[in-house]
Design a protein around this ligand. Structure first.
Ligand code: FMN
Length: 299
């Protein structure tokens, strides 16, 4: 339901911006002096731009750019969103940002005017809606079943420790445990972590870089040679329950082979998250997975 709403609003923005840009660009190409759009007196404002004596003596270059950057781009995103392709949601989000950048250049060039303010707001709303739609799309298409992982081994010398609110990190942890024939345990806490309220509560811990008290682990980590920590990113750092676990067990962990796998929504891993863990223990192998793009990198 949430995806449907965000998808509908995003489609409105990509279509609105795409068609507007195509029509505007075509008008500029039909009449390069800008008369169709009543912009014939605005060419002098373009003088502050680089290469204006070549590119901005008429509206041909501006028209082509408008068609490519805001027109074809948003129409492509519209088609992909209609087809319910993830790329469409990613592009819809990016093109909201592109529109904002375009209008920022216009803010610098032209005197303040209502149309620029409206289009900047549209770009901003497109960016936010695109991001929300992408989050919903990932939630709707996410599948996880513990029974699919047949190699989890209770007698292994490798242990995977993870924390997960909504199973995204749990799935990555199970994949790691399955690949390594390892045993796996999840960190548990009495704090509220589920649902919308849980999100804000976790965000509070993340903002303050607080530890979130975890319950005693059901296994003794001294019995393992290798520990794999799998943690979501909360506010650019490891999640608060994992912080609690690492700080409480750093004397044991320092003598073990410790791999760390971060899971984050955005396509980049914040460097501060690595530094925070490295202050406590040394990392043998680092990997990072992004929920948005399904991409992994290893150090
Ligand atoms: C409180 C909170 C803060 C978050 N902050 C970030 C962040 O700074 N960067 C990021 O890429 N993802 C962030 N996320 C997204 C999670 O890292 C991502 O959704 C992850 O897949 C959650 O895994 P889980 O559902 O297994 O806990 C945050 C999530 C929460 C709950």
């Amino acid at each position: 339901m949430k995806l449907k709403t965000h998808k509908g609003i995003l489609l409105f923005f990509t279509l609105f911006v795409g068609i507007g840009a195509l029509v505007g660009g075509i008008c500029m190409l039909i009449k390069p002096d800008g008369t169709i759009l009543h912009m014939e007196n605005m060419l002098p404002y373009f003088e502050i731009l680089p290469f204006s004596e070549v590119l901005f003596q008429d509206y041909i270059f501006s028209g082509i750019m408008l068609i490519i950057i805001n027109g074809i781009s948003n129409i492509t995103a519209t088609v992909l969103i209609f087809m319910n392709k993830k790329l469409g949601y990613v592009l819809g989000t990016i093109f909201g940002f592109t529109l904002m950048l375009w209008i920022i250049i216009q803010f610098v060039m032209f005197p303040m005017n209502a149309l620029d303010i409206i289009y900047f707001t549209v770009g901003c709303l497109q960016l936010i809606t695109g991001y929300m739609a992408l989050v919903c799309f990932n939630q709707v298409n996410f599948k996880f079943n513990e029974d699919d992982y047949k190699n989890i081994n209770k007698d292994s010398k490798t242990l995977v420790v993870y924390f997960s609110r909504m199973n995204y990190t749990k799935k990555i942890a199970y994949e790691a445990a399955n690949n390594e024939n390892a045993y796996i345990v999840g960190l548990k806490t009495k704090e509220r972590t589920k649902g919308i309220l849980g999100f804000w509560w976790c965000g509070r811990f993340g903002m303050h870089k607080w530890s979130m008290e975890t319950l005693p682990l059901e296994v003794d980590i001294n019995n393992y040679e290798k520990i794999i920590l799998v943690t979501p990113i909360w506010v650019f750092k490891m999640c608060a329950p994992m912080r609690d676990f690492v700080i409480k067990n750093k004397d044991v962990l320092i003598n073990k082979k410790v791999d760390v796998i971060f899971n984050h929504f955005n396509p980049w891993l914040p460097k501060g998250a690595i530094k925070e863990i490295e202050k406590q223990i040394s990392i043998n192998c680092l990997a990072s997975k992004t929920t948005m793009l399904g991409h992994t990198f290893k150090k």
